[in-house]
Ligand binder design. Structure first.
Ligand code: ATP
Ligand code: ZN
Length: 216
């Protein structure tokens, strides 16, 4: 009998803002996973890689638990979840920032202006870290989506949300006043890959770096 072929298991977003760029990056690395993405997983035909399609929020946990060996996910999710994973490569897509915004025209001098306020966010851990750093006490109200409507409906007087162009904030009558994190998609891994898996990862990272270099 022959030993099973070692594969690297990669977790990427099933659908959403990171999905297409994640698939494109694999393609640009010469990896073919065209055999259907409308399922939980797919195998590359020409590289020892298995791809799992998951919600982005779950990717750090899957990598920490070694259900997947590596993942492509936003830094914002990595740092919010605080799982035992390592960021090994920035991927150059999914760029955005996590910012605090308040209603347009409202005075905002510094983080101290948030003292005693209620901030709606999907990133309670990162917001609390920021408030601690600034020595500001504020109430964090966690909501999972449509954070930008919170001030308009009286749920909160400030928000902290992901921003790229700023048009969503603008349309909701908000102004961006503070950036607490710059983010992009990154490659994460857990410690303790086998020697064979590490060799596959090195090969993949070599290709990713070549793709990034070609774009600069
Ligand atoms: P899922 O269904 O996988 O949980 P989601 O709705 O949480 O998806 P998306 O909106 O698809 O997530 O965003 C995925 C990631 O894309 C974000 O976590 C962030 O890293 C990145 N991103 C880049 N630009 C933006 C933006 N303008 N708004 C939100 N996320 C952005
Ligand atoms: Zn998500």
């Amino acid at each position: 009998t022959t030993a099973p072929v070692t594969k690297l298991r990669l977790a990427i977003q099933k659908s959403g803002r990171l999905h297409d760029d994640s698939m494109r990056l694999l393609k640009e690395c010469g990896i073919d996973i065209s055999n259907g993405v409308n399922k939980l997983k797919s195998e590359a035909s020409n590289f020892p890689l298995e791809v799992f399609f998951l919600r982005d929020d779950d990717i750090p946990q899957y990598v920490e638990d070694k259900v997947a060996d590596i993942g492509f996910v936003g830094e914002n999710v990595v740092y919010e979840k605080k799982k035992k994973v390592e960021v090994v490569e920035k991927l150059g897509f999914g760029k955005c920032r996590l910012s605090i915004a308040v209603p347009k025209g409202e005075d905002y001098a510094s983080a101290a202006s948030l003292q005693g306020k209620r901030i709606a966010t999907s990133y309670p851990v990162l917001v609390q870290d920021f408030l601690n750093q600034q020595g500001v006490q504020a109430e964090i109200h966690e909501i999972s989506g449509s954070v930008e409507i919170a001030p308009g409906i009286g749920l909160a007087s400030a928000i902290c949300d992901l921003v790229s162009s700023g048009s969503t904030l603008f349309m909701n009558g908000l102004q961006e006043v503070e950036t607490i994190l710059q983010s992009q998609a990154v490659l994460i891994t857990s410690a303790g890959l086998s020697e064979e898996q590490q060799a596959i990862l090195n090969k993949l990272m070599f290709r990713i770096q070549a793709v990034k270099k070609a774009k600069n």
